[in-house]
Design a protein around this ligand. Structure first.
Ligand code: B12
Length: 208
């Protein structure tokens, strides 16, 4: 492998999609393919930070990854465990429109037996609160890729508190920049770096 990562990093959509199809035909694990794509996205992000790529390149990369996801995510869903978990409210926080990582987390949770209430991107705090109430969910999972959106996480936690729901739900955050400092700043319960950590967190929340 490596060829998927390289073709996506070079924004070569035709080659990237052809290589993904080839890998799936050869029964490569979907998670492995996504991992390689994520490496490419980090490289593209770094090139953007360094000024050698531009927003238009990020958009192109996002579009290619979405096409790749359409091929790969159904395989993840289909490989479901048959277990029945609980309900998880998932969304990208207000002022952040990145959806690719969130969608991967959604599919992996679904494949692990959880019912995901996906509230979308750029989600105001009150929408998370409403979804928790309407679905009686025990977990809220927030995706955040922008350092400028930490206050959106904090606002969501505050809104859950105001609604009297904070004791009833566990809140996990994830996405590139979040870490333990953000957990403490915003008052969440944990952070996770990948979908697997989100799954473990949800399993623990529902085991109690
Ligand atoms: C593609 C992309 C875009 C696309 C998004 C398309 C889409 N449909 O989502 C577009 C062009 C729209 C975009 C816009 C912008 N972007 Co952008 N973008 C990216 C890029 C290159 C890839 C993101 C991605 O999809 N990665 C692949 C997925 C699979 O990875 P992931 O999202 O990290 O998700 C994984 C984990 O983090 C985790 N995870 C994700 N969510 C959750 C949730 C939970 C609960 C858990 C446990 C785990 C978890 O699991 C996922 C799977 O493994 C990143 C670079 C990077 N290093 O991430 C920059 C990046 C995130 N963008 C950045 C910036 C600055 C912007 C803009 C402000 C640019 C601008 N000047 O307009 C705008 C902001 C728009 C907005 N208001 O949100 C910066 C953010 C810097 C920062 N840390 O604050 C980055 C890091 C690039 C960089 N190095 O500068 N972007």
């Amino acid at each position: 492998m490596g060829v998927i990562r390289d073709s996506l990093s070079n924004l070569d959509d035709e080659k990237a999609l052809a290589e993904v199809k080839k890998a799936l035909d050869a029964n490569t694990a979907p998670a492995k393919i996504l991992e390689e794509c994520q490496e490419a996205m980090v490289a593209i992000g770094d090139a953007f930070s360094a000024g050698t790529m531009f927003v238009s390149d990020l958009m192109m990369a996002g579009a290619i990854f979405e096409d790749i996801s359409k091929l790969v995510l159904p395989k993840i869903k289909a490989a479901g465990t048959g277990k029945s978990g609980g309900k998880v409210v998932l969304g990208t926080v207000k002022n952040d429109i990145h959806n690719i990582g969130k969608d991967i987390v959604a599919n992996m949770l679904t494949a692990s037996g959880f019912e995901v209430i996906d509230v979308g991107v750029d989600v105001p705090a009150e929408n998370f609160v409403k979804a928790v109430k309407d679905n009686n969910a025990k977990v809220v999972a927030l995706s955040c890729l922008l350092v400028t959106c930490y206050d959106s996480i904090k606002d969501t936690v505050e809104a859950l508190k105001k609604a009297g729901l904070r004791d009833k739900v566990k809140v996990i955050i994830g996405g590139g920049p979040v870490d333990q400092h953000v957990v403490e700043y915003a008052g969440t319960d944990a952070f996770g770096s990948d979908p697997q950590e989100c799954i473990h967190f949800c399993e623990e929340a529902y085991a109690k």
